[in-house]
Design a protein around this ligand. Structure first.
Ligand SMILES: Nc1ncnc2c1ncn2[C@@H]1O[C@H](COP(=O)(O)OP(=O)(O)O)[C@@H](O)[C@H]1O
Ligand SMILES: [Mg+2]
Length: 244
């Protein structure tokens, strides 16, 4: 009897809040032959340990210190070796119902079928899709991944989407943003941790060569002119190019 080789491909879906990370990752999970979805949000510290911002007088869920990165890194390292693949994380991620219709899915499955190596059972590829708002603030975390998607969109778009969300599940209930939360904590938290990736440290400008070439961030500007299908098409194409 021959045992098949297991290849684990770790794909990061990073970027600011409401940039489309979870939507894209969930969509790809329904299309890729064998995949596992991981949400960084499931590695938040217990809510009573989330940092408190003295100036804004709110808990701040939008800083790296709110996440248990040791636990996250250990988990990802376990997936990389294949040993941790059957360790299930209880997920709090309940929002974002997937809006990809059957016709859309069929179209992408047809696209994938042109790449039979993906279904080669002698070398089985498991796609680990990791969705998180803090995957590129620290190169030590960024380097855990083989493919690094960076979703982002202009301030106004992100603010509108975030402020129209119903809330987030936490270990103790549902977190609903207090008024002004996006402007006071979410956006500044993103800018502070991600500006080093942009020319002139300005998140409205282009990515630096360091971000594109050294960190190999694959950028997708997901403003409202693009559809879920565009996002999926681009993500799949990028994965296929990387594997070919
Ligand atoms: N291209 C787009 N056009 C319009 N709405 C979008 C687009 N991409 C994402 N959205 C919407 O924005 C919201 C946030 O998306 P989500 O994937 O949950 O973001 P994230 O996981 O990055 O916080 C969802 O309601 C989603 O449907
Ligand atoms: Mg999300």
């Amino acid at each position: 009897m021959t045992t098949s080789l297991l290849k684990v491909l770790l794909i990061a879906f990073g970027g600011p809040s409401s940039s489309g990370k979870t939507t894209a990752a969930k969509a790809l999970q329904t299309i890729l032959p064998k995949s596992l979805l991981v949400h960084l949000d499931d590695f938040y510290l217990p809510s009573d340990l989330i940092p408190y911002d003295e100036e804004v007088k709110e808990q701040n869920w939008d800083v790296p210190e709110a996440i248990d990165f040791n636990k996250f890194k250990t988990y990802i390292d376990g997936l990389r070796t294949g040993k941790g693949l059957n360790i299930q994380i209880d997920s709090l991620e309940g929002d974002t119902p997937l809006k990809l219709d059957l016709k859309g899915q069929l179209k992408f499955k047809t696209l994938l079928n042109q790449y039979p190596t993906l279904f080669n059972h002698d070398e089985e590829t498991i796609f680990v899709l990791v969705d998180g708002f803090m995957l590129y603030h620290d190169p030590k975390i960024t380097e855990l991944f083989d493919i690094r998607f960076f979703f982002h969109a202009p301030y106004e778009t992100l603010k509108y989407r975030r402020e129209h969300r119903h809330g987030y599940n936490t270990d103790v209930g549902v977190w609903v943003d207090p008024p002004g939360y996006f402007d006071r904590l979410v956006w500044p938290g993103y800018v502070k941790t991600h500006k080093y990736l942009f020319i002139n440290e300005d998140v409205d400008q282009e990515l630096t060569d360091y971000a594109k070439e050294t960190l190999q961030l694959q950028e997708f500007k997901n403003d409202d002119s693009l559809s879920l299908e565009d996002m999926v098409q681009w993500s799949l194409q990028t994965i296929i190019t990387k594997l070919s």
